[in-house]
Design a protein around this ligand. Sequence first.
Ligand code: ASP
Length: 308
Amino acid sequence: MKQDLLGLKGMSTDSIKNILDTAKTMKLILSQPNKKTPHLQGRTVVNLFYENSTRTRMSFELAAKYMSANAANITASGSSVQKGETLIDTARTLNAMGTDILVMRHSMSGAPNVIAPIVSASVINAGDGMNEHPTQALLDMLTMYEHLGSFENFKGLRVAIVGDAYHSRVVRSNIYGLNAMGADVCVAGPATLLPQKMEDMGVKVTTDVDEALKDADVVMGLRIQLERQKKGLFPSVREYHKYFGINEDRLKLAKKDALLMHPGPVNRGVELSSSVVDGEQSVIDDQVTSGVAVRMAVMYLLSRGGLY
Ligand code: ASP
């Protein structure tokens, strides 16, 4: 039976560990001058993106190509979506062309869950609205894993996630994944950008960023998602940065060697100051490399029925 990756909710700790270990091996391949492997030879990977993307789309495409798959991209703006074709018809059409893996991003939460049962291709969620972005959380955890050295060190790891949690699919997938690995997650931001009942997901929630950052092992900024906000949820970008932005002084509250992460794209001077983005603790570029490795691992495991 085909396998899909729709989210990290409910994924077992063993499955997460298996993906991360596979991705670690894939990262070795990425460091070679010759990155071609035969893992997906003859398979077809199609990226169907209804929302903009730089990192996610390009890394799925490169991951597919590195593993010798046929890779193709389609965006809503250049397709028959503009002529009124529905998501279901578009997905069926791509499936009928021999797609083996359909990577999709959509502004509607749950869109991949609608498509997965009606196509024979494996569906990978590359971000659905405010719901989940599973490969992002996996690449975040791979980046942490490489610094921690072992899965044991995830236990009790203090991870502070700061920013627009309300609109963030990244925070939700990270909470599911990090909880499964035994980390202690604290989410912080202005009250208007914190979802109600986020505590019920098993995390600490606070409006006090300094409190969240204190003694953290990992500090993750989240982008202010202006495209998903219908009304101003904070007075101004400048004020946001002053009270909730991560700058050098705030970062000093975390452990000395804490990792600074961000899924990108970064709004410099809003959720993170430029000095911390470019600072020594920043692993933002490592996250990008981890992204290619994780996507290679996920597509490889899916294609042989070994993801779960
Ligand atoms: N790139 C991530 C996403 O698509 C984070 C962001 O856009 O803020 O969710």
